[in-house]
Structure formats: structure tokens, C-alpha cells
Write a protein that binds this ligand. Structure first.
Ligand code: HEC
Length: 397
């Protein structure tokens, strides 16, 4: 019953996370587009009112005319809409999912004894530390003079993120490492909203009410942080779907794949931001596609990845059935016996020899090519068993 209810908690947490995430990133993309598409106001009266830019658009059967003020209008509007709860709710539900799946279920999703023999407590502590320290270090860096030079700042961020990706992949299961990398970046994005952007906006409103000049530092800081946020967006979204792709997180060089995809995501976003401004160079998007093509080629399964284990006997469906029953069927059965599993994960069941032969390709993919299964190697599958599956699979073809 507990496992069943937890499945519902998981479903609802994920659903809300997705909905608020879409609302947040959707609004954020829209405002980046808006800000970069502004034109000088046509009417002199608008300019005098303090309007610095405007844009006309059509959507959902209506025409919209958005205007941006240099600072604020002469009199504050009665209702001023703030965009913040989308970001906060995304973070809260995201942390909830992280805690539920990767911390509460650390033995399954976070720890891989083949990578590092961590205790559950140590693994969770490292996970939390990466997220907390990640935010504080990033925030300090942004406040230092170093951040004034954008190229230096980008280079430092890139090198640090590479080191973090590498470090996490030496400690956690591939998917656990990826998810903590994404959670750290996502936390930085929400931290930027909560600690920098929103307080800056509040000061702007307060200054207006008190009739004083707002401190320009808030504008500069807010701009810097929202630029970072926009480049972090695509990498974070990749991480959120990455657990479907064991070819990435399950690869020997998973950290490198993660950082290359992060770079590709940032380059694609750079291109789109420039496009909104109407002067996009194709270089970033071409670079992104070259990297992507390189990645596809390099990640392709190699013959040399074959396990060099001597097999003691012949492999036939009976021996494979025995291995799969022992190593997989505690979870992948109609009625799983593994605690915490209410139903076969992804509906994939291996009970009869026919189940196994029919699903040979995915079994081979998960146990030999990516070694993503058994998840967290909970059932302690040996290399010899993986090699047997490999040999059996080659015979089948
Ligand atoms: C401890 C439980 C557990 C064991 C043991 C286990 N699996 Fe899984 N398996 C899972 C979970 C959980 C998922 C879903 C992962 C996800 O959420 O993406 C899964 C997913 C899969 C998938 C689908 C992957 C995809 O992304 O489409 C395959 C194939 C698979 N397992 C094969 C195996 C094989 C083969 C074995 C035995 C060598 C095995 N599993 C052992 C828990 C387990």
C-alpha cells in the first residue's frame, strides 16, 4: 500500500513540477523575446511618458501592445503583476522529487557500488552539499569583480561546471550524477530569481513610492542573472529528460557527454537570443550542430566495448533465463518482490523465456551497452553474466 501511495505522490509531484516549469520557462522565454524585440516608441507622447520601447504582437485572436518604461511610469499602476511563484513552485516540487526519488530511494537511483561505495547518508549529504555550495559559490562569483568581464565569467563557469560534472560522475550513478548537476543549475536559476531579481524589482517599486532614484546596481545585477538563467535553461531541461537515455548517463564518459550537451544547449540559446535582436550570426548554431554530430558519432556503441570475460559454458536461453530471473525479475515481474516496487518498472516484465527472447534488444542495451540495469546494480549482476547476455544476443542476430 505504501509503495502504491508513493507512486501517486510521485505522479502528482512530477505533474505539478512540469506544469509550473512550463509556466516559468514559458514566461521567461517570452520576456527575453519581448525585451530583445522592442522598437523605439512611435508616438512622441509615449516617449515623454518614459516609454523606452514597444512591441506589437498578435496571439489567440487579439492584438497586444506591450510597452517598456525606462524605469517606471510617473504614477504606479494599481495592479502590478509579478512573475515569481512559477519559479518558486518549480523549485519546491523539483526538490521534493529529488528527495523522494534520489535521496529516499538512494540505493536504487543515486548510489552505484560500481562507481563508488557510498553509504546512503554520505550520498545524500554530498548531493545536498553540491546544491547548496553550488549556489553560494556562484553567487559570490557574480558579486566579485571577475564577473564584470563576461568572457572570463563564461570561461570560469564552464570550467567549474566541467569539474562538477566529472566529480559527480565519479561518485553517483550516471543518472543520479546528471540529476544533481541539473538540480544545482536549477537551484542557481531560482536563487537568482529569489535573492537577486525579485529584491531588485521590489527596490525599484519602493524607490518609486518614496520618490527617490532607484539604485542602478539592481538593474545591472538583475540583467546579469537573467542572462545566465536563459543560458542555463536548455541544459537543465536536457537533464530533466536525460534519465530516459541511458546511452548518455550510462556511457563511460558520461560527464563529458553531459558537459558537451550543456554547451550545445547554451549555444542554441545564444543563437535564439541574438535572433530576437534581429542580428543573429549562424556561428553558434553551426557550432552546436557540429558538436551534436560529433557526440552522436563518438557515443555510438563500439565493438571494443565488448566485455573481455571468458565464458565458462555455452549460452542458451535456459542459462539466460536463469540470469534474468535472478538479476531482473525481483523488479521486472507482474508482482515485483523488490520492496518499493508496486508494479513492473515501465511495464517491462521478464518472466518466461519468451518474454526474454522477445525483449532481447532492450535487455542487451540495458545490461551490456549502457549497464544501466539492474538499476544501481542492486541485484549484483556480474561481468560474466553481462558477457553471457552479450554472447547470447550476438547468436540471436
Ligand atoms: C531494483 C529494481 C530493478 C532491477 C533489479 C532491474 N530493473 Fe530494469 N528498471 C528498473 C526501473 C526503476 C526502471 C525505470 C527506470 C526509469 O525510470 O527510467 C527500469 C527500466 C528498465 C528498462 C527500460 C529502460 C528504458 O529507459 O526504456 C529495461 C529494458 C530494463 N529495466 C531492463 C532490466 C534488466 C534486463 C534487468 C536485469 C539485468 C533489470 N532491468 C533489473 C528497475 C529495475
Amino acid at each position: 500500500m505504501t509503495a502504491y501511495l508513493l507512486d501517486w505522490v510521485n505522479l502528482l509531484g512530477r505533474w505539478v513540477h512540469m506544469i509550473t516549469g512550463i509556466a516559468w520557462i514559458g514566461a521567461s522565454f517570452y520576456f527575453i523575446w519581448l525585451d530583445n524585440s522592442l522598437e523605439t516608441p512611435k508616438s512622441a507622447a509615449d516617449s515623454e511618458k518614459g516609454v523606452s520601447g514597444e512591441v506589437w504582437s498578435v496571439h489567440g485572436g487579439g492584438m497586444y501592445h506591450a510597452q517598456k518604461y525606462r524605469l517606471a511610469p510617473a504614477t504606479m499602476p494599481e495592479h502590478l503583476h509579478w512573475f515569481k511563484w512559477e519559479a518558486y513552485t518549480t523549485w519546491i516540487t523539483g526538490m521534493f522529487m529529488l528527495a523522494l526519488m534520489y535521496w529516499y530511494g538512494a540505493e536504487i537511483y543515486l548510489i552505484d557500488p560500481g562507481v563508488a561505495e557510498l553509504s546512503k547518508t554520505a550520498a545524500i549529504a554530498i548531493g545536498i552539499a553540491v546544491i547548496v555550495v553550488g549556489w553560494f559559490a556562484y553567487d559570490k562569483l557574480c558579486e566579485s569583480d571577475i564577473s564584470k568581464n563576461e568572457t572570463t565569467m563564461a570561461a570560469i563557469l564552464f570550467v567549474t561546471l566541467t569539474l562538477i560534472a566529472f566529480g559527480l560522475c565519479q561518485l553517483f550513478s550516471g543518472r543520479g550524477a546528471y540529476m544533481h548537476f541539473g538540480a544545482m543549475l536549477g537551484t542557481i536559476m531560482v536563487g537568482n530569481v529569489f535573492f537577486v531579481i525579485i529584491p531588485g524589482q521590489k527596490d525599484l517599486v519602493r524607490a518609486k513610492e518614496e520618490g527617490r532614484e532607484p539604485d542602478p546596481i539592481h538593474g545591472i545585477r538583475g540583467k546579469q542573472r537573467s542572462v545566465h538563467n536563459t543560458y542555463f535553461t536548455l541544459p537543465v531541461l536536457f537533464v530533466m529528460i536525460s534519465n530516459h537515455y541511458a546511452m548518455t548517463y550510462g556511457h563511460k564518459y558520461n560527464w563529458l557527454i553531459l558537459i558537451v550537451i550543456t554547451l550545445i544547449g547554451a549555444l542554441i540559446r545564444i543563437y535564439f537570443v541574438a535572433r530576437h535582436k534581429g542580428k543573429a550570426s549562424l556561428t553558434p548554431i553551426i557550432a552546436a550542430f557540429i558538436l551534436l554530430a560529433g557526440l552522436v558519432a563518438v557515443v555510438a556503441p563500439q565493438q571494443s566495448d565488448r566485455l573481455s570475460v571468458k565464458l565458462s559454458g555455452a549460452v542458451d536461453i535456459d542459462s539466460i533465463h536463469k540470469i534474468v530471473t535472478e538479476r531482473c525479475s525481483s523488479c521486472h515481474a507482474n508482482t515485483p518482490t523488490q520492496p518499493g516496487f508496486q508494479a513492473a518498472p515501465k511495464g517491462i516484465v521478464f518472466e518466461t523465456p519468451e518474454d526474454i527472447t522477445r525483449q532481447a534488444t532492450i535487455i542487451h542495451q540495458q545490461t551490456v551497452v549502457t549497464k544501466a540495469m539492474p538499476i544501481g546494480n542492486l541485484t549484483a549482476m556480474t561481468d560474466e553474466e553481462r558477457a553471457s547476455i552479450d554472447a547470447w544476443f550476438v547468436q540471436l542476430k
